[in-house]
Design a binder for this molecule. Structure first.
Ligand SMILES: *Cc1c(COP(=O)(O)O)cnc(C)c1O
Length: 346
């Protein structure tokens, strides 16, 4: 019996490859609080260029990147429109209320996607006794909805609407690379619609640490100040930035393999009639499995799978989530799918 554990909990569990570690070991470094780390500076230039923005800031996490954007775009008492399943609303510990003293205005999307028409009724009239709608945040791909891709036409409609009202637009693009590889739309084409974009290097790209925020010079200067306030000013960060640079160079195109693996996994699991899989929403590297028909809880099923050496997570109370990544082979993904399909009964 094969006792190897197949870990599909997240694409954040990936570890740096030997080649990436080599690049990190050899990276020239300096003190980044003095803006003197050549590798961090190179990474920031490269990311700004890839996303077609004037400036970029390397930060320790995607949460910090999103929160710096919210802080830089808002004043206390402002309102920020987000989608109900967004990472910012669900997984960032209420940080906007703590760090920026803003109120989140939550709208329900379809698979994480808001339509431009939903925004008009949510925007506050300009009255002194009302919050001011300052910012809209979108997420692409959408994590909790299962790696779904934001249609670029909808993003453009939302951009046109927001721009006309002077409302800023931020993209949580932790997995923008996945959206870009899946659609063939360049990251800069997406980024063009936004004032700021946050991207992660530590998800599917496989770098050990870090995200970046891109935007105008002026906004990134503000974000740099807030990064320091939050204790995110790093010194010889070139060692970790080198992992991110390596990932940008070598690990973007291969994301399509993760997408193929996710589809393979989803198709096999869908053979089990008590497991609900919406194949048309398996668009990138995340598969959401509806378990409502099994009569069991997510906790029970996760334990059962763990006993069979497959690790998944729960997406919500009635769904499990599997994520494919750099550190699992096609053979492992197929084996995991068979275990999931065969071990779960109603
Ligand atoms: C992972 C993720 C983040 C940032 O998470 P960190 O753990 O702080 O790096 C932000 N947004 C989305 C959509 C994510 O999936």
């Amino acid at each position: 019996m094969n006792t190897e554990i197949i870990d599909l909990r997240s694409d954040t569990i990936t570890r740096p490859t030997d080649a990436m570690r080599q690049a990190m070991a050899q990276a020239p470094v300096g003190d980044d609080v003095f803006a003197e780390d050549p590798t961090v500076n190179l990474l920031q230039r490269r990311v700004a260029e890839l996303l077609g923005k004037p400036a970029a800031l390397y930060v320790p996490s995607g949460v910090m990147s999103n929160q710096l954007a919210i802080k830089a775009h808002t004043q206390p008492g402002d309102e920020v429109i987000v989608e109900k399943d967004s990472h910012i609303f669900n997984y960032e510990t209420a940080a906007p209320s703590i760090l920026s003293s803003v109120q989140l205005h939550v709208l329900s999307g379809q698979h994480g996607i808001l339509r431009a028409e939903q925004l008009a009724p949510a925007v506050r009239p300009f009255e002194y006794y009302m919050p001011r709608t300052a910012l809209v945040c979108l997420e692409n791909t959408h994590n909790r909805a299962g790696g779904t891709i934001y249609p670029i036409e909808e993003i453009r409609r939302i951009r046109d609407f927001a721009k006309a009202l002077g409302i800023r637009l931020h993209l949580d693009g932790a997995r923008l690379w996945n959206a870009s590889v899946a659609t063939g739309i360049a990251p800069r084409e997406y980024a063009e619609c936004f004032d700021t974009v946050s991207v992660c290097f530590s998800k599917g790209l496989g770098a050990p640490v870090g995200s970046a925020l891109v935007g105008t010079e002026e906004l990134i200067q503000r974000a740099r100040r807030f990064r320091k306030i939050l204790g995110g000013g790093m010194r010889q960060a070139g060692i970790i930035a080198a992992g991110a640079l390596y990932a940008l160079e070598h690990h973007i195109d291969r994301l399509k393999e993760d997408h193929e693996k996710a589809r393979l996994f989803a198709e096999r699991v869908a053979n089990n009639p008590v497991l609900g899989i919406d194949l048309k929403n398996v668009q990138t590297n995340i598969v959401v499995i509806d378990i409502a028909q099994t009569g069991k809880s997510t906790g029970e099923l996760l334990d059962l799978l763990r006993a069979n050496n497959v690790l998944l997570t729960d997406a919500n109370y009635t769904s499990l989530r599997a994520v494919t990544h750099l550190d699992v082979t096609t053979e492992q993904v197929v084996r995991a799918a068979e275990i999931v399909a065969n071990s779960i009964r109603s």
